[in-house]
Design a protein around this ligand. Sequence first.
Ligand SMILES: [Mg+2]
Length: 303
Amino acid sequence: MKVKDGIIGLLIGDTLGVPVEFDSRELLEENPVTGMKGGGGYGKPAGTWSDDTSMTIATMDSIVNKKAIDYDNIMENFCKWYKKETYWQTPRFDIGITTRLALDNYLDGIPALECGLDGELDNGNGSLMRILPLAYIPDINYETIENVSALTHAHKRSKIACVLYVEIAKSMIENEDLSIDEHIKLACDKIKDYYADSEELKHFQRIFDDDLNDIDSISSKGYVIFTFESVIYCLKNTDNYKDAVLKAVNLGEDTDTTAAICGGLAGIYYGYDEIPIDWISTVDQIDRVLSLCEKFEAFCDES
Ligand SMILES: [Mg+2]
């Protein structure tokens, strides 16, 4: 197990996508992203990460400090980031609508597990993008994964998406000999069984049916199901880390989050050494994140 495989994989996907967030697929087909660059709508230097990475490391930092999953402490870390005490790189420059409302709820004194929004329209990818650390925790259960999602995204669809993602990641962490297709199928079978009575399962049907091979049927906007479908598409249609995350970025729209979520799995599957070192070395504060990964791994080993 190497925590840095997945976490740096996620971070690099995020940073590759930041300069072109919300660019259309057509625009990126003409001028595709091929590596780290700065600029774009946010005008940030190359190697700048966004909310996806900040909320992921805020979660890890809480778990390392508390030696447990402490929902209040995770929310406190999220709020530190929200209010621009950085996690850790630059001041915060983006945040999803549902996440903002949930953190406002927490700051208003609402209990952590009641802060998340649970409407049908609250199914953006904002909890999926930060759930990866839980895949490394031995014996993590579905209720805990759902609760960590529900801190911001409390609709069942978002919760199931997080559980499915953690299951795929866990499978990749635990069984190095399987193919990407096999990891996805194993995880899908568990989810179909566990949530057999849920009306929500139908929204995952295209993932279950492996019906994601036509790029024109893939939307890369920020709805959690679209993001999940995009990630599976990118993983299945590439054979290395670099191509997987670049494909995710160049789908356009929610580039950073699609590439972060794709990069987490691609990092685990292909390994840290397959992530281009010149990309990693571009990222300010990367040593601090690597140090956190080591501490988080030590916590997981002791658990
Ligand atoms: Mg982002």
